[in-house]
Design a protein around this ligand. Structure first.
Ligand SMILES: [Zn+2]
Length: 339
C-alpha cells in the first residue's frame, strides 16, 4: 500500500510504498476513504507533545470500509462503513468500566498519534472494539471529522450541562468549535463565538453563532456583560486555553457559571481563590471524548441540524500541501484528505 510516512520531525512526509498491515484476531483492516487533519498533526510533525517512534504514519480522523476481519471479530463484517475511536484502552479499569475510556488509567496507544499507525495511508488496522458504524447519509469527509472534532465537541457540550435558554461563550471556532457551536445551538443555548478574524467570525455565524466577538476589537468580558444585561454567560467553552482566553472566560461568567477547558497550551492562569469561591464558579476540564460521544457525533451528522465543517479536501498523497495549508492558511473548519 501507499502511505505518507513521517521519517524525521520537521521534515516533509514521504508518500511511498510500504507493507500493508495485517489485522490481528480481534482487529480489522480498514481501506481508508477519508482522513481529517488538525493541529495535533502539526504538533506531531514538529515533535512537540506526543512524540511517536519513527517512522510513523499520522492521521487520527479515519473513515473507511472494512477490507479484512480478524478471526475473532464478531460484530463487524467485510464492506461495512466505519470510523475509528482513537484510544486503545485496557477495558478493565474503573474509567473503562464506567464508559469514560478517555480517562483509562492504563491507556495504550492513540491511533495516528502514538504507538499505532494512523490514516494517512491507503489501509490502517483498528481493533474491533474501537469501531463505530457510519450513520446512513453521512459523507466520508463528515464522518471522518467526527473522530476528533465531533467527539471532542460533543463531550465538551455534554460536560457543560448546557440547558435550553442558557448562554454560552465559545472561544476558538476551529474544527472543534465549529461543531460545538452547532451542538450548543441544538441544545437550545444562545451562542456567542470568539474569533480573531472577520473571515472566521463570518464562518462562526454560518455555523449558527448568534453573536461573534473579536478580541482584537472589543473587550470580551465587558461585551458579554452588555449582551447579557450585566449578568455574564452561564457557560464558557474555551478551546484555545491561553492565559488571555482563560481570563476572558472567567471574567465573562455569571455568578455560578461554568468554565470548560478543552484546549490548552503551556500557559498558566492565576485565579484568586476568593473570586472562585464567592462567585461559586465551576472549572471543568474535558479530554477528547468517550466512544459514546463519537456515536453521538456521527448520528448528529446524519441529522438535518448538522452543517458540514469540511471546507477543503486534498488527495491523500498531497498530505504535505494539506498540512501547509493548515499551518499557513486562513482555514475555516476542517481540511480532509481523500484516497
Ligand atoms: Zn482502562
Amino acid at each position: 500500500m501507499k502511505a505518507s510516512i513521517l521519517y524525521e520531525f520537521n521534515q516533509p512526509l514521504l508518500w511511498q510504498e510500504t507493507d500493508r498491515p495485517t489485522p490481528g484476531p480481534t482487529e480489522v483492516l480498514i481501506q481508508v476513504m477519508a482522513c481529517g487533519i488538525d493541529g495535533t498533526d502539526l504538533k506531531l510533525l514538529s515533535g512537540f507533545g506526543y512524540a511517536p517512534d519513527l517512522p510513523f504514519i499520522m492521521g487520527h480522523e479515519i473513515a473507511g470500509v472494512i477490507a479484512e476481519v480478524g478471526d475473532h471479530v464478531i460484530d463487524f463484517k467485510l464492506g461495512e462503513w466505519v470510523i475509528a475511536y482513537n484510544f486503545t484502552t485496557c477495558g478493565e479499569c474503573l474509567p473503562c468500566l464506567t464508559a469514560h475510556e478517555q480517562l483509562c488509567v492504563n491507556m495504550g496507544s492513540i491511533l495516528g498519534v502514538k504507538g499505532k499507525n494512523g490514516g494517512y495511508a491507503e489501509y490502517v488496522v483498528v481493533p474491533e472494539r474501537q469501531l463505530v458504524r457510519i450513520s446512513p447519509g453521512v459523507t466520508w469527509t463528515d464522518a471522518a471529522i467526527c473522530c476528533d472534532a465531533g467527539l471532542t465537541a460533543f463531550h465538551a457540550v455534554d460536560r457543560s450541562r448546557l440547558k435550553v435558554g442558557e448562554t454560552v461563550l465559545i472561544i476558538g471556532i476551529g474544527g472543534v468549535g465549529s461543531v460545538a457551536v452547532q451542538v450548543a445551538k441544538a441544545a437550545g443555548a444562545c451562542v456567542f463565538a470568539v474569533e480573531v478574524s472577520a473571515e472566521k467570525e463570518a464562518w462562526a455565524r454560518e455555523m449558527g453563532a448568534d453573536e461573534t466577538l473579536n478580541p482584537s476589537r472589543v473587550d470580551i468580558p465587558a461585551t458579554v456583560r452588555e449582551l447579557t444585561n450585566g449578568f455574564g454567560v452561564d457557560c464558557v467553552i474555551d478551546i484555545v486555553g491561553q492565559s488571555a482566553t482563560i481570563g476572558d472566560g472567567i471574567n465573562a461568567l455569571r455568578h455560578g457559571g461554568r468554565l470548560l477547558l478543552v484546549g490548552y497550551t503551556p500557559d498558566y492562569y492565576a485565579l484568586e481563590g476568593k473570586y472562585l469561591a464567592q462567585n461559586e464558579l465551576e472549572l471543568i476540564g474535558t479530554r477528547a471524548g468517550r466512544k459514546q460521544d463519537l456515536i453521538n457525533a456521527v448520528s448528529f451528522m446524519a441529522s438535518d441540524k448538522a452543517e458540514s465543517i469540511v471546507t477543503q479536501t486534498f488527495p491523500m498523497k498531497e498530505a504535505n500541501e494539506a498540512l501547509a495549508a493548515l499551518r499557513y492558511g486562513e482555514v475555516c473548519g476542517r481540511i480532509v484528505l481523500l484516497t
